[in-house]
Write a new protein. Structure first.
Length: 234
Protein backbone atom coordinates (compact mmCIF):
# COMPACT_ATOMS: atom_id res chain seq x y z
CA UNK A 1 0.00 0.00 0.00
CA UNK A 2 1.15 3.56 -0.66
CA UNK A 3 1.55 6.15 2.11
CA UNK A 4 -1.91 7.68 1.55
CA UNK A 5 -3.53 4.23 1.64
CA UNK A 6 -1.81 3.40 4.92
CA UNK A 7 -2.83 6.70 6.50
CA UNK A 8 -6.46 6.30 5.41
CA UNK A 9 -6.59 2.67 6.52
CA UNK A 10 -5.43 3.67 10.00
CA UNK A 11 -8.57 5.81 10.33
CA UNK A 12 -10.83 2.84 9.61
CA UNK A 13 -12.48 0.44 12.02
CA UNK A 14 -13.41 -2.65 10.02
CA UNK A 15 -15.78 -3.75 12.78
CA UNK A 16 -17.79 -0.54 12.38
CA UNK A 17 -17.92 -1.13 8.65
CA UNK A 18 -19.10 -4.70 9.21
CA UNK A 19 -21.91 -3.40 11.42
CA UNK A 20 -23.05 -1.11 8.60
CA UNK A 21 -22.71 -4.04 6.20
CA UNK A 22 -25.36 -5.99 8.12
CA UNK A 23 -27.79 -3.08 7.73
CA UNK A 24 -27.08 -3.08 3.99
CA UNK A 25 -27.85 -6.80 3.81
CA UNK A 26 -31.22 -6.19 5.46
CA UNK A 27 -31.92 -3.44 2.92
CA UNK A 28 -31.07 -5.79 0.07
CA UNK A 29 -33.51 -8.34 1.44
CA UNK A 30 -36.20 -5.66 1.72
CA UNK A 31 -35.57 -4.72 -1.91
CA UNK A 32 -36.50 -8.24 -2.99
CA UNK A 33 -40.14 -7.33 -2.42
CA UNK A 34 -39.96 -5.14 -5.55
CA UNK A 35 -41.37 -7.11 -8.53
CA UNK A 36 -38.81 -5.79 -11.02
CA UNK A 37 -35.95 -6.92 -8.78
CA UNK A 38 -37.46 -10.33 -8.13
CA UNK A 39 -37.82 -10.74 -11.88
CA UNK A 40 -34.10 -10.16 -12.38
CA UNK A 41 -33.09 -13.06 -10.16
CA UNK A 42 -35.82 -15.66 -10.61
CA UNK A 43 -33.76 -17.49 -13.23
CA UNK A 44 -30.85 -18.00 -10.81
CA UNK A 45 -30.84 -21.17 -8.74
CA UNK A 46 -29.59 -21.19 -5.17
CA UNK A 47 -26.48 -23.08 -6.24
CA UNK A 48 -25.74 -20.44 -8.89
CA UNK A 49 -26.17 -17.66 -6.35
CA UNK A 50 -23.89 -19.48 -3.94
CA UNK A 51 -21.12 -20.06 -6.48
CA UNK A 52 -21.20 -16.52 -7.90
CA UNK A 53 -21.22 -15.02 -4.39
CA UNK A 54 -18.15 -17.04 -3.46
CA UNK A 55 -16.38 -16.11 -6.69
CA UNK A 56 -17.09 -12.39 -6.21
CA UNK A 57 -15.91 -12.64 -2.61
CA UNK A 58 -12.74 -14.43 -3.68
CA UNK A 59 -11.84 -11.76 -6.24
CA UNK A 60 -12.93 -8.71 -4.18
CA UNK A 61 -9.43 -8.21 -2.65
CA UNK A 62 -8.08 -8.12 -6.23
CA UNK A 63 -10.31 -5.16 -7.10
CA UNK A 64 -9.42 -3.59 -10.45
CA UNK A 65 -11.21 -0.28 -11.17
CA UNK A 66 -10.80 -0.85 -14.91
CA UNK A 67 -12.19 -4.38 -15.01
CA UNK A 68 -15.72 -4.93 -16.24
CA UNK A 69 -17.82 -6.94 -13.81
CA UNK A 70 -21.41 -8.08 -13.88
CA UNK A 71 -24.00 -5.93 -12.16
CA UNK A 72 -26.62 -8.41 -10.93
CA UNK A 73 -29.12 -5.99 -9.43
CA UNK A 74 -29.56 -2.24 -9.60
CA UNK A 75 -31.03 -2.17 -6.11
CA UNK A 76 -29.43 0.69 -4.27
CA UNK A 77 -28.88 3.44 -6.83
CA UNK A 78 -31.82 5.24 -5.26
CA UNK A 79 -30.46 4.58 -1.79
CA UNK A 80 -27.09 5.98 -2.80
CA UNK A 81 -28.84 9.10 -4.06
CA UNK A 82 -30.61 9.49 -0.72
CA UNK A 83 -27.47 9.00 1.34
CA UNK A 84 -25.45 11.49 -0.68
CA UNK A 85 -28.36 13.92 -0.57
CA UNK A 86 -28.17 13.79 3.24
CA UNK A 87 -24.51 14.78 3.10
CA UNK A 88 -25.25 17.51 0.54
CA UNK A 89 -27.98 18.82 2.86
CA UNK A 90 -25.47 18.97 5.72
CA UNK A 91 -23.09 20.84 3.42
CA UNK A 92 -25.72 23.47 2.58
CA UNK A 93 -26.84 23.71 6.21
CA UNK A 94 -23.27 24.34 7.29
CA UNK A 95 -23.11 27.60 5.34
CA UNK A 96 -25.75 29.58 7.28
CA UNK A 97 -24.73 27.80 10.49
CA UNK A 98 -21.18 29.02 9.98
CA UNK A 99 -22.43 32.55 9.41
CA UNK A 100 -24.51 32.29 12.59
CA UNK A 101 -21.52 31.19 14.62
CA UNK A 102 -19.49 34.03 13.18
CA UNK A 103 -22.09 36.58 14.31
CA UNK A 104 -22.56 35.00 17.73
CA UNK A 105 -18.89 34.96 18.63
CA UNK A 106 -17.80 38.12 16.85
CA UNK A 107 -17.83 40.30 19.96
CA UNK A 108 -15.92 37.69 21.93
CA UNK A 109 -13.21 37.10 19.37
CA UNK A 110 -11.86 40.62 18.90
CA UNK A 111 -8.63 39.66 20.58
CA UNK A 112 -8.11 36.61 18.39
CA UNK A 113 -6.06 36.88 15.22
CA UNK A 114 -8.12 37.11 12.05
CA UNK A 115 -7.17 33.71 10.59
CA UNK A 116 -8.04 31.62 13.71
CA UNK A 117 -11.26 33.65 13.98
CA UNK A 118 -12.15 32.84 10.40
CA UNK A 119 -11.32 29.17 10.83
CA UNK A 120 -13.47 28.91 13.96
CA UNK A 121 -16.39 30.81 12.50
CA UNK A 122 -16.59 28.47 9.51
CA UNK A 123 -15.96 25.29 11.49
CA UNK A 124 -19.18 23.46 10.48
CA UNK A 125 -18.50 24.18 6.82
CA UNK A 126 -14.90 23.02 7.17
CA UNK A 127 -15.94 19.79 8.88
CA UNK A 128 -18.32 18.90 6.05
CA UNK A 129 -15.65 19.74 3.45
CA UNK A 130 -13.14 17.49 5.25
CA UNK A 131 -15.68 14.66 5.37
CA UNK A 132 -16.46 14.99 1.66
CA UNK A 133 -12.74 15.02 0.82
CA UNK A 134 -12.18 11.97 3.03
CA UNK A 135 -15.00 10.06 1.34
CA UNK A 136 -13.70 11.06 -2.09
CA UNK A 137 -10.24 9.74 -1.23
CA UNK A 138 -11.72 6.47 0.02
CA UNK A 139 -13.35 5.93 -3.36
CA UNK A 140 -10.28 6.86 -5.40
CA UNK A 141 -7.66 4.68 -3.69
CA UNK A 142 -7.69 1.24 -5.29
CA UNK A 143 -5.14 -0.16 -2.81
CA UNK A 144 -7.33 0.88 0.10
CA UNK A 145 -10.46 -0.57 -1.52
CA UNK A 146 -8.72 -3.92 -2.00
CA UNK A 147 -7.65 -3.97 1.65
CA UNK A 148 -11.14 -3.10 2.86
CA UNK A 149 -12.77 -5.58 0.50
CA UNK A 150 -10.70 -8.31 2.09
CA UNK A 151 -12.27 -7.54 5.46
CA UNK A 152 -15.79 -6.77 4.26
CA UNK A 153 -16.53 -9.59 1.81
CA UNK A 154 -19.00 -12.28 2.80
CA UNK A 155 -16.89 -15.38 3.30
CA UNK A 156 -17.44 -18.75 1.63
CA UNK A 157 -18.14 -20.27 5.04
CA UNK A 158 -21.03 -17.89 5.72
CA UNK A 159 -22.37 -18.36 2.19
CA UNK A 160 -22.30 -22.14 2.54
CA UNK A 161 -23.91 -21.89 5.97
CA UNK A 162 -27.29 -20.59 4.75
CA UNK A 163 -30.06 -22.17 2.73
CA UNK A 164 -32.31 -19.11 2.73
CA UNK A 165 -32.71 -17.67 -0.74
CA UNK A 166 -33.11 -14.08 0.45
CA UNK A 167 -29.82 -14.31 2.34
CA UNK A 168 -28.05 -15.84 -0.65
CA UNK A 169 -29.33 -13.01 -2.82
CA UNK A 170 -28.14 -10.38 -0.37
CA UNK A 171 -24.70 -12.03 -0.22
CA UNK A 172 -24.64 -12.15 -4.02
CA UNK A 173 -25.38 -8.44 -4.36
CA UNK A 174 -23.03 -7.43 -1.55
CA UNK A 175 -19.98 -9.30 -2.82
CA UNK A 176 -20.51 -8.14 -6.40
CA UNK A 177 -20.91 -4.53 -5.24
CA UNK A 178 -17.42 -4.63 -3.72
CA UNK A 179 -16.15 -4.46 -7.31
CA UNK A 180 -17.19 -0.81 -7.47
CA UNK A 181 -15.87 2.55 -6.30
CA UNK A 182 -19.34 3.54 -5.07
CA UNK A 183 -19.59 1.18 -2.14
CA UNK A 184 -16.70 2.23 0.13
CA UNK A 185 -17.44 6.00 0.20
CA UNK A 186 -21.10 5.32 1.03
CA UNK A 187 -20.06 2.96 3.81
CA UNK A 188 -17.56 5.55 5.02
CA UNK A 189 -20.28 8.20 5.24
CA UNK A 190 -22.55 5.85 7.18
CA UNK A 191 -19.76 4.85 9.58
CA UNK A 192 -19.05 8.53 10.29
CA UNK A 193 -22.77 9.19 10.76
CA UNK A 194 -23.11 6.19 13.08
CA UNK A 195 -20.10 7.33 15.11
CA UNK A 196 -21.15 10.95 15.64
CA UNK A 197 -24.92 10.54 15.59
CA UNK A 198 -26.21 7.04 16.19
CA UNK A 199 -29.88 8.09 16.24
CA UNK A 200 -29.55 9.92 12.94
CA UNK A 201 -27.79 6.91 11.43
CA UNK A 202 -30.58 4.63 12.60
CA UNK A 203 -33.18 6.97 11.12
CA UNK A 204 -31.38 7.09 7.76
CA UNK A 205 -30.99 3.31 7.51
CA UNK A 206 -34.56 2.62 8.66
CA UNK A 207 -35.85 5.17 6.14
CA UNK A 208 -33.92 3.52 3.32
CA UNK A 209 -35.06 0.02 4.29
CA UNK A 210 -38.72 0.97 4.73
CA UNK A 211 -38.86 3.02 1.53
CA UNK A 212 -36.57 1.05 -0.75
CA UNK A 213 -39.33 0.85 -3.37
CA UNK A 214 -39.63 4.65 -3.49
CA UNK A 215 -35.87 4.98 -3.84
CA UNK A 216 -35.72 2.33 -6.53
CA UNK A 217 -38.28 4.11 -8.69
CA UNK A 218 -37.00 7.64 -8.02
CA UNK A 219 -35.42 9.69 -10.79
CA UNK A 220 -32.50 11.60 -9.29
CA UNK A 221 -31.72 13.23 -5.94
CA UNK A 222 -34.59 15.71 -5.93
CA UNK A 223 -37.19 13.10 -6.81
CA UNK A 224 -35.86 10.73 -4.14
CA UNK A 225 -36.00 13.35 -1.38
CA UNK A 226 -39.39 14.71 -2.52
CA UNK A 227 -40.94 11.24 -2.68
CA UNK A 228 -39.58 10.33 0.74
CA UNK A 229 -40.88 13.57 2.24
CA UNK A 230 -44.36 12.81 0.90
CA UNK A 231 -44.20 9.30 2.34
CA UNK A 232 -42.98 10.51 5.74
CA UNK A 233 -45.52 13.34 6.00
CA UNK A 234 -48.38 11.18 4.74
Amino acid sequence: MNVLSKLLFQTISIQRYKSVREDFLRTYRAALTIPEIRGQVEFLSNSQLREQSKEDGRTAPEYDPHAKVHKPLKILDGAYRFLWAVLAFCFVLALPLSAGINTLFKSYLQFVDEIPNLLLSFLPFEIVVVIMLYLYLLGQDSDLIRRMNDGLRITSGRIEGTRRRDELLSFYVWNSSLHSRKKIPVLGFLVILNTVGGRMYRYVMDTVEQNVDILYYSDGYVDAITSLARAELG
